[in-house]
Design a protein around this ligand. Structure first.
Ligand code: SF4
Length: 363
């Protein structure tokens, strides 16, 4: 049975609460499957259509990206202070994790320990949200709409569960989500608009940037600058934006220089991982396997170079006009920490959001 049939079956069965999350890059690409121009921001129409399709709750993966930013930023600062396992590799691209496991297993310990935004949201849905909804975690059917097929493999990994319950039960790519809506007789062109579920609230602009290359870095730098520079913190870091393989960036924060590489595309990933001297010269490396990041993922509608730029610009437009630009300013994220996680790296956070990377070849 294909993923679309499986999800339709679960929606029609109705015995479980169907919950859905939407990755940041999907909102600026799925409109193309309904005849809209590249870069159309279809967030509210998509959420409205998903509710009509039968999902009881619709969450924004970008809110989890905000939480990942805070967890990852705290880990980066701690590792820089202790000079421990630098550079930190960002962990949200599941294909890059697979690539390192298979080709550079000795570097696995460099990955940040926080799970990807997909898995972090899936985990929060079946813990924090389940408690708020007064539903047993086994009675939730959790679906994610993601930009690539590798996210399906990520959801099947044995470590992506809590107390024997998978974080995410089914993954649809952007194209499959469009197919599901069409098979339910829905179109984004005339879908009623709706907002993301208030239980996890709205994401900040930073969380939306996870959909494009450089976005994870910019979100992290906003956190680091806020932590180290207080009232003089920077919000915009145009030096990490763009595309084209590898951006070598130096940023000053808290009186020290942070050495960063932003890498997209598999060949560039291979180049930087196989050059030990170069690899070791950074504090942090953002790695995204797809050209342009998740906006160019394998599960996205086909695109032209101009179309990819339009998707990227749309994400920057959402960020520029967001009420909260940083993860720390996001009231929804503040509430999750106040009511559940308590602080970055806390015991709760370690048990539901972090993992130990296992070297499959070293066992
Ligand atoms: S960069 Fe590509 S492979 Fe990596 S998570 Fe995004 S869409 Fe998937």
């Amino acid at each position: 049975m294909g993923a679309v049939e499986e999800v339709i079956g679960a929606l029609e069965d109705g015995r479980k609460v169907a919950v859905c999350q939407v990755a940041p890059s999907v909102r600026v690409s799925i409109g193309e499957e309904f005849g809209m121009p590249p870069g159309t921001v279809a967030t509210e129409r998509l959420v409205g259509a998903l509710r009509h399709a039968g999902f009881g709750r619709v969450f924004d993966t970008s809110t989890a990206a905000d939480i990942v930013t805070i967890e990852e930023g705290a880990e980066l600062l701690r590792r820089m202070k202790d000079n421990e396992r630098l550079p930190l590799l960002t962990s949200c691209c599941s294909a890059s994790v697979l690539y390192v496991e298979n080709n550079f297993p000795e570097l696995l310990g460099h990955f940040c320990t926080v799970k990807s935004p997909q898995q972090s949201m899936g985990s929060l849905v079946k813990t924090y949200c389940a408690r708020k909804m007064r539903v047993k975690r086994r009675d939730i059917y959790s679906v994610s709409i993601m930009p690539c097929i590798v996210k399906k493999l990520e959801a099947r990994r044995p470590e992506m569960e809590f107390n024997g319950v998978k974080h995410v039960d089914a993954v649809l790519t952007t194209k499959e989500a469009a197919e599901l809506l069409k098979r339910r007789g829905l179109s984004l062109a005339d879908a009623p608009e709706s907002g993301f579920d208030s239980l996890m609230g709205k994401a900040s602009g930073s969380g939306q940037l996870f959909g494009t290359t450089g976005g994870v870095t910019e979100a992290l730098l906003r956190f680091v600058s806020w932590k180290l520079d207080g009232g003089n913190a920077r919000i915009d870091f145009p030096e990490v934006r763009g595309s084209g393989g590898l951006r070598d960036v130096r940023v000053k924060a808290g009186g020290r220089e942070i050495r960063i590489a932003v890498v997209d595309g598999l060949n560039n990933l291979k180049d930087i991982l196989s050059n030990a001297d170069r690899f070791g010269s950074y504090d942090m490396i953002e790695i995204m396997t797809c050209p342009g990041g998740c906006i160019g993922g394998s599960g996205q509608p086909a695109y032209t170079p101009q179309g990819l730029l339009a998707r990227r610009d749309a994400l920057y437009g959402i960020d520029a006009t967001a009420k909260a630009r940083t993860a720390m300013d996001n009231p929804a994220v503040q509430a999750v920490y106040r009511n559940y996680l308590l602080e970055p790296g806390s015991g709760v956070s370690q048990s539901i959001l972090h993992l130990k990377r296992i070297c499959l070849k070293c066992k």
